[in-house]
Design a protein around this ligand. Structure first.
Ligand code: KG4
Ligand code: ZN
Length: 334
């Protein structure tokens, strides 16, 4: 059988990324240009600045991906691109680049959902075994997704307010830590103790939904009260206590859902999958079960294009094709 080469472009937020993947799972090149330094002084991603950086970086990243692979556009079987969800101006840069390449070289084009990409990052490491449960935890998403076959996604739980990564970033800001706050809190938490009993939002008994805004308010109130009473609170202990609450709810709900649906694999995806506390808690919980736990290496947890190629490869095999009217869709559903 002939080898399959897929190129993917990802520009949904603040990373300009291009990757080439062979036969769905073999990463040939994976280039990511991060804009974090440009957004840091604003404490978060500024959409207009993100779009401008994507425009500047796109051809550089594209050429680098081909050069690393030692391949050209002629070798590609399809061009895949994140069509949503994300920042509309940022997405448009990737979508228009993909359409230009497809039109100029007469190649098929396929739109990929960003979250499908995060999930398929795991398939770059290990073949999927269905049914599987995916915990998607990123800056914009917190979802439990049941997959019974390739390309089918059933959302069985989701956040009712903030995403897990968003909660990390907001709490980090109140602790005056630099953006992005998730990795900083993770680091501080490892040095602190759980001295504060922050709330756990379990919601209804049978619900797999999440809520993090109450926890965020509890942290802010705690800091405010301590300040008024001139009480010394260690940032490390706040981070450890906050992280304990997030990790307990995420890991327990994932465990319950995995048991109820009797899945073969449990997959963790998205930027917060890099969190050491979460990784440890899930490893402990699933150690005693027959279920296989997959967590991607750190560079595949955060935004990249190899994951988009991995999801795009399956879509290509399933016969999905977009037209040249493909458009960025900031609120695309799975
Ligand atoms: O998937 P991602 O790179 O971008 C989105 O699609 O949102 O996720 C970024 C999010 C940010 O909120 C960041 O603070 C969080 O992932 N994050 C972490 C860690 N590393 C990244 N949160 C907790 N612990 C970490 N180690
Ligand atoms: Zn992402």
């Amino acid at each position: 059988k002939k080898d399959q080469y897929i190129i993917a472009i990802e520009t949904s937020c603040d990373e300009t990324a291009v990757a080439i993947v062979k036969n769905g799972t073999e990463v040939i090149s994976n280039v990511v240009a991060s804009q974090i330094e440009s957004h840091k002084r604003f404490g978060g991603v500024v959409p207009e600045i993100a779009s401008r950086h994507h425009v500047e970086q796109m051809t550089v990243v594209l050429e680098e991906a081909f050069e690393q692979a030692g391949l050209t556009i002629k070798d590609m079987d399809a061009i895949t691109v994140t069509e949503g969800p994300g920042l509309v101006g940022a997405l448009l840069v990737g979508v228009n680049t993909a359409k230009t390449l497809a039109f100029a070289n007469n190649k098929p084009i396929i739109g990929v959902h960003h979250i499908a990409g995060h999930i398929y990052a795991n398939r770059l490491e290990k073949e999927f075994n269905f049914p599987l449960l995916a915990l998607v935890v990123s800056g914009g998403h917190t979802e439990l997704i049941l997959m019974k076959e390739h390309g089918s996604f059933e959302i069985i739980g989701e956040t009712r307010d903030d995403a897990a990564g968003e909660a990390y970033d907001k709490v980090a800001r109140t602790l005056q830590l630099p953006y992005p706050g998730g990795p900083m809190i993770d680091k501080l938490a490892a040095e602190g103790k759980e001295t504060i009993d922050f709330p756990r939002a379990w919601l209804e008994d049978d619900s797999y939904d999440f809520s993090f805004s109450g926890l965020k308010s509890a942290v802010i109130n705690k800091l405010h009260n301590a300040e008024q009473r001139n009480e010394e609170l260690k940032k490390e202990d706040i981070a450890a206590s906050f992280q304990a609450s997030v990790v307990e709810v995420l890991s327990e709900k994932t465990y319950r859902a995995a048991m109820e649906h009797n899945v073969k694999q449990v997959i963790v995806a998205g930027g917060v999958a890099a969190n050491r506390g979460l990784r440890q808690a899930l490893e402990d919980k699933f150690k005693e079960t027959s279920m296989e736990l997959l967590i991607p290496p750190l560079h595949l947890c955060t935004d990249n294009a190899a994951m988009i190629a991995a999801a795009g490869s399956i879509a290509f095999e399933q016969g999905h094709r977009a037209g040249l009217d493909l458009n960025a869709n900031p609120s695309l559903s799975l």
